[in-house]
Design a protein around this ligand. Structure first.
Ligand code: 8GT
Ligand code: MN
Length: 577
């Protein structure tokens, strides 16, 4: 990188509207003149996008070679980031003469540079086409001619990330009458959300009581109501009655709700000791419905009872781990993944002991046991605000690029669907050169987790690999995904559950789709693929059922295209309550 005329860093005054960068003393070894000053034009960006860009800038000192700071003044900026594409609009924020002296790039430049662990050439990210040449010329990547050369990511890479602001709009084909959630638009909060929340109590109770069939029909019905675009009234009952998945029983529930503003059974369940206890116990990480029912049967009603219960057998840690018998979130989800077609296998699977956590010879990272879960309860009970999800992500991306430059990562799960508070953080991680066979994916995951542990950022770990359906045609692909379930903590922060999913490029986009959720949306994707397209979809890949041929998507939209589906933005995949 050529030394550029970047001015020394000056701190941002407290009256500035942009957040301050954490002060770093020059004695910590960082060279202040390597800092790249970034000015973010807020126009056309949502508050979330602004916050995530700030978090990205504020946390990046990747490989000690990438170091950003925010500047409140475009004049001082080494690079200007904007979602504005028109001269007139930009001129409201930046003087045109000044704009010509700066690289003016889209947020993607920042996302991709951070992901790549280096400053990428700006040309491809020029925000205004008429300033393309100036942007290339002024680009801080250090080599004005390198726009097509070595430092850009390989053009055939499957891993071109895009900022959320660049996401296309929902397909016009979405149809709220479809029997598949993946063909419908399901917003986070729908017009009939209160009704949904009452049905969700009954659904949850069925799940806790192991009434899988009833739970599934509630899932389907809730999904239909989530996408139903009108407020439900008596006049609409006929229409709703004709929808798939809404049977006579569900209609009588809805009628009761319309008459009384509530559903009596939901009320009774919600007030029952049993429901409250089972709900609370399954909130404990590692405790699923089966364990919760066992605890209840053993007389436990409160967490104190559970603490006492586990306290007794605490001496034998091995036994304790075996006690985590059904509740791993991922195990349950895998069951769900199979539920629609393989009920028998799923229930057998449910009774099986989970794989023993793999442990490193050194350092030995503590695993997650019921005892640990109880100790962490106060922390893990707390939901995670979006800003913190972004912060955690930024720290992980920083460490990731120290372990292996050029990695890319996407936050998935409820965060990506727009939830303001998340139960955990789910992140899909990839690298353009990871081989889907061999131990490369595993290697990356253990190196990252080890580093996070050494830095005190991860305190507990459970590895789960081999979460593939036992399908011989997929043998070549078995190593393409790996997941590390961790307890993560920012310095001085609350401990959080963070799931890291590592994917080879071939599996990256199916992993992103598979882990974005929601659960019913995912289940219907698999159903759609199998029933309508003779395809098998899951987060490890997309294959033809007839011959096992693997279809490799090059983007998230490509996954939908290969499945013959219209595009559903993540925020419209909220098919669950
Ligand atoms: P929350 O974390 O705020 O509670 O909400 P969430 O992010 O929607 O739920 P989650 O339980 O964290 O799961 C995120 C998504 O990942 C789910 O929609 C689910 O489809 C998917 N998922 C798992 N576990 C597994 C798994 O083992 N394999 C695959 N392929 N997908 C999984 O939760
Ligand atoms: Mn999640």
């Amino acid at each position: 990188m050529s030394p550029r005329k970047r001015s020394r860093s000056s701190s941002i005054s407290s009256s500035d509207s942009q957040p301050r960068k954490r002060q770093r003393s020059s004695s910590d070894g960082s060279e202040p003149d390597k800092r790249l000053k970034v000015y973010i034009v807020q126009a056309k960006l949502s508050a979330d996008e602004v916050a995530s860009l700030y978090a990205l800038v504020d946390h990046h000192s990747v490989n000690e070679s990438l170091d950003f700071e925010l500047t409140p003044s475009p004049r001082d900026a080494d690079v200007i980031v904007t979602a504005v594409h028109m001269r007139k609009r930009l001129e409201r924020h930046i003087d045109w003469a000044l704009a010509k002296e700066k690289p003016i790039v889209t947020p993607d430049w920042l996302f991709n540079s951070v992901s790549a662990g280096e400053l990428l050439p700006c040309g491809k990210f020029a925000a205004l086409s008429e300033l393309h040449d100036e942007t290339v010329h002024n680009c801080p990547d250090g080599d004005d001619d390198s726009d097509t050369a070595a430092s850009s990511p390989p053009t055939d890479s499957l891993l071109h990330l895009r900022s959320p602001s660049q996401e296309p709009a929902a397909s016009a084909d979405l149809d709220w009458k479809s029997r598949y959630a993946c063909c419908r638009a399901s917003p986070l909060v729908c017009v009939n959300q209160h009704l949904v929340s009452r049905l969700a109590i009954i659904r949850r109770s069925r799940e806790l009581e192991d009434d899988k069939i009833s739970a599934l029909s509630y899932d389907h019905a809730i999904g239909m109501i989530k996408s139903y675009p009108y407020e439900l009234t008596e006049d609409r009952l006929n229409e709703v009655n004709s929808l798939p998945h809404i049977g006579p029983k569900m209609i009588s529930r809805i009628e009761e709700y319309l008459d009384n503003g509530d559903i009596e059974e939901a009320e009774t369940i919600a007030n029952s000791q049993r429901y409250q206890s089972l709900e609370a116990f399954t909130d404990l990480y590692g405790v699923g419905a089966t364990t919760a029912r066992k605890l209840y049967a053993a007389g436990c009603r409160t967490f104190e009872d559970v603490e006492r219960y586990y306290g007794v057998s605490y001496e034998d840690e091995a036994e304790e781990e075996a006690d985590l018998d059904d509740g791993l979130k991922t195990e349950e989800t895998d069951d769900l993944h199979l539920a629609s077609q393989h009920n028998d296998r799923a229930s057998q699977h449910n009774d099986r002991k989970p794989p023993r956590p793999l442990r490193f010879a050194k350092p030995k990272i503590p695993s997650i046991t019921p005892r640990v879960a109880l100790d962490l309860r106060d922390d893990l009970d707390q939901r995670i605000p979006r800003e913190e999800v972004q912060e955690i992500f930024a720290v992980i991306v920083r460490e990731l690029n120290a372990v292996r430059p050029g990695c890319v990562a996407t936050i998935v799960g409820g965060y990506r669907r727009g939830k303001s508070l998340s139960g955990d953080v789910d992140i899909v991680i990839g690298h353009p050169n990871l081989s889907p066979t061999g131990k490369q994916v595993k290697g990356l995951s253990s190196r990252l987790v080890e580093r996070l542990y050494e830095r005190g950022l991860v305190t507990h770990l459970m590895y789960l690999s081999g979460f593939h359906a036992p399908d011989v045609t997929r043998a070549a692909h078995w190593d393409a995904l790996e997941k590390a379930l961790t307890v993560f903590v920012l310095p001085g922060g609350v401990r959080r559950r963070v799931d890291l999913i590592f994917a080879a490029p071939e599996a990256y986009w199916t992993a992103v789709v598979g882990w974005t959720g929601s659960k019913t949306f995912e289940r219907d994707l698999r159903r759609w693929a199998a029933e309508q397209k003779e395809l098998k979809f899951d987060s490890t890949g997309l294959t033809r059922r007839s011959n096992g041929e693997l279809l490799v998507p090059t983007s998230e939209e490509d996954v939908f295209r290969l499945l013959g589906l219209g595009w559903v933005p993540p925020t419209l995949r909220n098919a669950d309550a």
